[in-house]
Design a binder for this molecule. Structure first.
Ligand SMILES: Nc1ncnc2c1ncn2[C@@H]1O[C@H](COP(=O)(O)OP(=O)(O)OP(=O)(O)O)[C@@H](O)[C@H]1O
Length: 356
């Protein structure tokens, strides 16, 4: 059941215009910052937000003029939204019942889906007796028991605590392998990497980059996507063995096979590929990928400290991940003068995006 959608929406001063194609049985992640329009897209697909104009087809069936409950769409949001007065199994049985299944058949189906999400032992509990993670398991079973043609997931881990989220992510990964065509809204690139075949990166109501998840997130072609993916990105023009920035610096790296010299290109590397030295001139020996900079900010980032640098040339805005011990040893603080060094072997060079 493939999805093809072209959606135009106006909400106050916000205008959104996107088109999406999701092949049968695959997962598309809509990735983007707050307010980029991800939930608006889901709301239009589900029929909960009226677009200015929209063409939405699932398996060739046009949905745009159908009421929400006639669209064959399952929606899972951050909150499980179970019926509080029904047991878990009756919550799951509700959708097959409402599409005409007999009581017995609906219960059998509900037990099957509760087993699929490792929640059989929760069958007789009311939602008030479930943890957030348990309730979300039941909600996933309920969404899948309806056998939707299209499944919409709206930040399904956002309301879970850090211990529960990985288990539910793993569970969804398992059930979506053979599951319906799915659109997942998230602002977390990890969710996209774990669950989605393709990703569409949204900013300000537009898709700014799209493609296979791994390709987009490991080799972003726009600064915007690089920031979301947590990577450093330098734009310029491809030259032999790297790229030349607008200020004339050459950044050495390993060009991808589709890079054409003289064409716009981007150099991409992770923050842990950036070495930081005291600014003593010692490391100037390397002819390229070394730059003087000033520490602009230091922020904890999981187990490491992310250092953001300011510089006059190509190194402006770079981030480097250091251990707390290294930050202490270098006595880094905002304003510290440093030298940054990026090994060419860690820098990949790709063609720059030419548009969404
Ligand atoms: N009911 C509304 N009326 C007018 N504008 C709205 C309404 N709801 C949302 N918006 C605006 O639409 C834009 C997109 O919001 P949307 O919720 O789709 O973004 P999002 O990418 O899902 O963000 P988040 O990650 O914060 O959920 C925002 O600028 C928001 O202010």
């Amino acid at each position: 059941m493939s999805l093809a959608a072209r959606i135009d929406v106006v909400r106050g001063s916000f205008e959104l215009s996107v088109d999406l194609d999701v092949p049968t049985g695959t997962v598309l992640a809509l990735l983007g910052p707050n307010g980029s329009g991800k939930s608006t897209v889901l709301g239009c697909l589900a029929g909960l937000i009226a677009p200015r104009s929209a063409e939405i087809t699932v398996a060739g069936r046009s949905l745009a003029d159908l009421a929400p409950h006639r669209r064959g769409i399952g929606l899972l949001s951050q909150d499980a939204l179970l019926f509080p007065h029904l047991s878990a199994v009756d919550n799951v049985a509700f959708s097959p019942r409402s599409t005409g299944a007999g009581r017995r058949a609906a219960r059998d189906l509900a037990h099957f889906w509760l087993a699929e999400v490792d929640a059989v032992e929760l069958a007789d509990r009311r939602p008030g007796q479930l943890s957030g993670g348990q309730a979300q398991r039941v909600a996933i079973a309920r969404a899948l028991a309806a056998q939707p043609d299209l499944l919409l997931l709206d930040e399904p881990f956002a309301a879970l605590d850090v211990d529960a989220a990985p288990a539910i992510r793993g569970l969804l990964r398992r059930v979506l392998k053979t599951g319906p065509t799915t659109v997942l809204v998230t602002h977390d690139p990890l969710d996209a990497l774990a669950l989605a075949d393709h990703v569409a990166v949204m900013n300000d109501g537009r898709v700014v980059e799209r493609g296979p998840t791994r390709d987009v997130l490991s080799a972003p072609r726009t600064a915007f996507t690089a920031r979301i993916a947590g990577l450093n990105l330098i734009a310029g023009t491809a030259v032999d063995g790297g790229l030349r920035t607008p200020s004339g610096d050459v950044v050495s790296g390993i060009p991808a096979s589709d890079v054409v010299q003289g064409e716009p290109a981007v150099a991409v590397f992770p923050p842990n590929a950036v070495a930081v030295y005291p600014h003593d001139g010692e490391h100037r020996g390397s002819p390229r990928n070394t730059a003087d900079a000033v520490v602009a900010a230091l922020e904890p980032h999981g187990p490491v400290i992310r250092v953001r640098a300011e510089a006059g040339g190509w190194a402006h805005g770079l981030t480097a991940d250091l251990t707390p011990a290294a930050v202490a040893e270098l006595a880094l603080e905002p304003g510290s003068a440093v030298t940054l060094s990026v090994k060419a072997a860690t820098v990949s060079v790709h063609p720059a995006a030419t548009g969404p």
